[in-house]
Design a protein around this ligand. Structure first.
Ligand code: HEM
Length: 606
């Protein structure tokens, strides 16, 4: 067909040329000078006609050939949105830019879980770099994320975009570079020490800063932007965990912190690179123009801050290794110190470790919590059940006395572990609003996915985590309902996880999120502390919308009114259902303990 059109085009060109040639042969008999100049003009006009005719014919032939090629390309794509010549599915993407995740989910529903699209319909690119396979089919996810893990790395585009900020750190590397860091870090994440460290950092920021700020909002009757407070809190937590220093961005007055600002700017400028082809941002980088200049100065600021932290920590570790009369067991259990104690890593490497963990663990928990508080405030029966389970768990650990005393100290480890309904509600939130809504892998060699889709080498596979949680075929007819019960055993006493390729909010396979358990610990502690003390309601008129970014932020934040919680209805419900839990007087030891400075907080402030 392609050949036929080319031949037709060539024939047309030849005919045009022949016609032009025929015209020229008629004007060659005049001999006078005026007639010779007329003849010259005529010849030029004929030549022009000849060439324009030829070019038109060639253009026509090429256009026809392209359309034939494009038609075959479009027919070969599996399902998906409409593709246009040259720009592929970009018009659809642009048109749906404000509701991208819903648009992708709708396309996937229509296509049965997988479709292919082309973002650059140009021969040579369309079936490689320009081809994207989008899927949320659990069989395909298992194949890409686990069974054929080596064939689907993050790939060169991702690596190039993040290299200036993250270097070759765990979040931005593949192959052996990644594996080495993963093994080293995984060892740390299985220890209880890191859990204890997270518990202390989170208890400290909840009790010393978040709760006072919320109490102030109650007294002042002024709404808060809960998303902003949570972003600050988790940023402080992850800095504490990564390098043992809390920048206290969550403080009364919500001060600006130079390190946090530089980190935000660097992330934002890095993400801008995804919008342009690589040669464009590389060119801007060379000229130090626009966001590339911002990126360079922000990365330099972050580098300076972290290298000072590393130098100071090295000195502290040297001095703390000499015998001291009162060694402090709580200090230096952050990731950086633990890496330093293990081996002689370069400062650059240590800096990358800290930075990669901050990026991986900073916004993910806070956006999940924002969606959680919004969902809970709009589903009162779920909120009530969370509180009843919470109170029952506290009763089991002998917090039997008046509810005001429950609040005096942070929840203990065992108490947090018992909060199965809260964990179910958080998981249900992440199913519907995963912090990382879409993720992508590069295809190294030609492959066929389990559902039969052929994926060529050089193309990419986008797996839509957002859509994976919203498919009837996977979660049933009520897949769009917020129903934490789907995570509980039939008697409601145990948390029952779903298959990790159905629920991919934490990724799955060898690259599953390393901080998953820490994230649950952190989110449960914050959610329980806030809900026990406060009722939250979205400010009337405030629009809760998704922001289109790599992380599922709320576009306009989360403006909420805060009121004091009256726990009496919960106590009354427990009195009805479990009277024995409330009958006994508080043991003396418990009363003393709870009126003291909270132990977790005291440990950190010491
Ligand atoms: C609700 C909270 C969280 C969610 C939903 C989440 C989700 C994810 C996802 C989807 C990935 C894969 C990203 C990719 O490869 O493109 C990931 C990776 C990772 N996460 Fe989390 N995360 C959370 C919290 C945390 C926390 C608190 C930490 C650290 C303390 C953390 C540490 C990591 C690390 C180190 C990786 C990279 C793993 C690797 O590539 O081998 N995450 N997380």
């Amino acid at each position: 067909m392609l050949l036929l059109l080319l031949l037709l085009g060539a024939a047309a060109a030849a005919a045009a040329a022949a016609a032009a040639g025929g015209t020229s042969s008629t004007g060659s008999s005049s001999t006078s000078s005026s007639s010779s100049s007329r003849m010259m003009m005529m010849m030029m006009m004929m030549m022009e006609e000849y060439w324009s005719g030829t070019w038109a014919a060639v253009a026509l032939a090429l256009g026809a050939a392209y359309m034939a090629w494009f038609w075959r390309l479009a027919r070969g794509l599996r399902g998906g949105p409409r593709v246009w010549p040259v720009v592929g599915s970009l018009p659809g993407l642009v048109q749906n830019a404000e509701r991208m995740h819903e648009w992708i989910a709708g396309n996937l529903r229509g296509a049965g879980g997988t479709y292919q699209t082309c973002i650059c319909a140009v021969p040579g690119l369309a079936r490689r770099a320009g081809l994207v396979t989008v899927t949320c089919d659990p069989r395909n996810l298992e194949h890409v994320l686990k069974s054929r893990f080596d064939n689907y790395p993050k790939g060169p585009t991702w690596h190039a975009v993040f290299r200036d900020l993250l270097g070759d750190g765990i979040f931005n590397s593949d192959g052996d570079t990644w594996l080495l860091q993963r093994k080293t870090a995984a060892l740390e994440f299985t220890t209880r020490t890191l859990r204890h460290a997270m518990s202390r950092w989170v208890a400290r920021s909840i009790h010393l800063r978040l709760l006072p700020i919320l109490s102030h909002a109650v007294d002042a009757r002024s709404p808060v932007d809960l998303q902003d407070l949570l972003l600050r809190l988790t940023f402080d937590n992850i800095c504490g965990l990564a390098f043992g220093k809390d920048p206290e961005t969550l403080s009364p007055g919500l001060p600006e912190n130079a390190f946090a600002v530089a980190f935000d700017r660097a992330t934002e400028a890095t993400l801008q690179r995804f919008i342009f082809p690589e040669f464009v941002w590389q060119f801007k980088k060379r000229l130090q123009f626009g966001m590339e200049a911002t990126l360079a100065s922000s990365v330099a600021h972050v580098d300076r801050y972290l290298s000072a932290v590393i130098k100071a920590r090295k000195l502290e570790l040297v001095s703390s290794s000499s015998p001291s009369p009162s060694p402090s067991p709580d200090r230096h259990d952050d990731l950086l110190s633990r890496f330093m104690k293990k081996g002689s890593y370069s400062d650059d490497f240590l800096q990358q470790v800290a930075l990669n963990f901050i990026l991986a663990g900073r916004d993910t928990s806070s956006v999940a919590l924002s969606w959680f508080f919004w969902l809970v405030s709009t589903h009162p029966p779920v909120e009530r059940r969370i509180l009843v389970y919470l109170k029952a768990a506290l009763s089991e650990t002998l917090r039997l006395y008046p509810s005001v005393l429950w609040l005096a100290s942070p929840l203990a480890f065992e108490e947090v572990d018992r909060l199965v309904y809260l964990k179910a509600a958080l998981s249900e939130t992440l199913r519907l609003y995963p912090s990382v809504p879409e993720d992508s892998k590069h295809v190294v060699a030609d492959d066929v996915l389990p559902d039969g889709t052929f994926v060529p080498a050089g193309s990419s596979v986008t797996y839509s985590i957002y859509s994976a949680g919203r498919m009837k075929s996977v979660w049933g007819d009520d897949c769009l309902e917020f129903r934490p019960e789907r995570w509980l055993s039939p008697d409601g006493t145990k948390f029952e996880p779903h298959d990790s390729f159905k629920f991919v909010a934490f990724n799955a396979g060898p690259r599953i999120c390393l901080g998953k358990d820490l994230a649950y610990l952190q989110m449960k502690s914050i959610a329980a502390a806030v809900l026990l003390r406060h009722r939250l309601a979205v400010v009337p008129g405030h629009r809760v919308e998704q922001k289109m970014s790599l992380t599922l932020f709320m576009k306009h934040g989360l403006k909420m009114h805060v009121a004091a919680r009256d726990l009496n209805p919960i106590v009354a419900e427990l009195r009805r259902t479990r009277p024995e839990a409330l009958a006994a007087p508080p043991p003396e030891s418990q009363v003393n303990k709870s009126s003291a400075v909270p132990t977790e907080v005291a440990a950190v402030t010491a």
